[in-house]
Design a protein around this ligand. Structure first.
Ligand SMILES: [Zn+2]
Length: 282
């Protein structure tokens, strides 16, 4: 899940099939070794620039994990790009199974949504006309990165939701930054501003489960919740390097959460959380 994006509706598949075929040929330097099939489902009203940046996102994320961790994307990937909130809400209902009320709400508070199925990994992203391209590309990266996290760590990956979301944000901006210079710094600056002007900021302990996370989004606002997670993971990356962050998810295959954390970052999870709560607060 990714905070703030938008789109909507159910038709236009034949047109999309043609586009997605074309995109298969456009993807620059496809990664070898994977059995990836990528389908880009572009709803009417989405610009070709958005499609281009979504394509960069897919390729760059695939390459990042292939180069650094030798992990290939092994699932069919379907990407639904929608032009507005209305279309996004419709997709959240039809493709993600949310009841209408939830779909409406999530269409406003999230920019992208992913679902890991038996045969395909689907994600939807809002590609609004006026949204800046770094934010849009980041949303696309973020949702694909979640697949790698779950592939590495299984369901345990979601036990520390702040680390799951913060990592997807950090690696996502690391990748966007290579295409749009200064994107990471701009996001970090805006995040600090958001945190400083917020009436309250959650502790990391309030951001463990998916349920915690959704409750915190309601209470503190999506920007503050994602922002806190992003800044916490940024701190980890500054101490141990960006590769250590994903090593945590790889460690989950063998170890329980606190041990996986300690092995990846060389420190106690709760001590780190206390440190960050002191550092990032009102
Ligand atoms: Zn997410």
């Amino acid at each position: 899940m990714k905070e703030a994006g938008r789109r909507g509706s159910t038709k236009g598949f034949s047109q999309l099939a043609i586009l997605s075929l074309a995109l298969l040929f456009c993807l620059p330097q496809p990664v070898s070794g994977g059995t990836t099939s990528i389908q880009m489902d572009v709803r009417p009203g989405v610009s070709s620039t958005h499609v281009k940046y979504a394509t960069y996102a897919i390729n760059d994320v695939i390459r990042f994990f292939s180069d650094n961790y030798r992990i290939a994307l092994r699932k069919k990937l379907r990407i639904i790009l929608v032009p507005d909130e209305k279309e996004y809400a419709a997709v959240l209902g039809k493709d993600f199974g949310y009841p209408p009320g939830d779909a409406q709400k999530l269409s406003k508070t999230t920019g992208g949504m992913a679902r890991d199925g038996q045969v395909e990994y689907v994600f939807a992203a809002k590609a609004r006309k006026n949204a800046s391209m770094d934010i849009f590309m980041h949303t696309a990266c973020h949702e694909i990165i979640h697949w790698y996290q779950y592939t590495a760590g299984g369901n345990k990956s979601a036990q520390l939701k702040w680390l799951l979301e913060g990592t997807a944000d950090l690696i996502g901006y690391h990748i966007v930054d290579a295409n749009i210079k200064g994107a990471m710094e701009k996001f970090r600056r805006k995040t600090w501003e958001k945190i400083k002007s917020a009436p309250a900021v959650p502790s990391l302990r309030e951001l463990y489960s998916r349920r915690d996370w959704l409750a915190a989004m309601d209470r503190y606002g999506g920007g503050v919740v994602y922002g806190k997670a992003f800044l916490a993971v940024t701190e980890l990356a500054q101490r141990k390097g960006i590769n250590a962050v994903f090593n945590y998810f790889l460690n989950l295959k063998t170890y329980p959460v606190p041990v996986a954390f300690e092995r990846a970052f060389g420190m106690n999870l709760h001590n780190f959380e206390r440190f960050i709560d002191q550092k990032i607060r009102k």
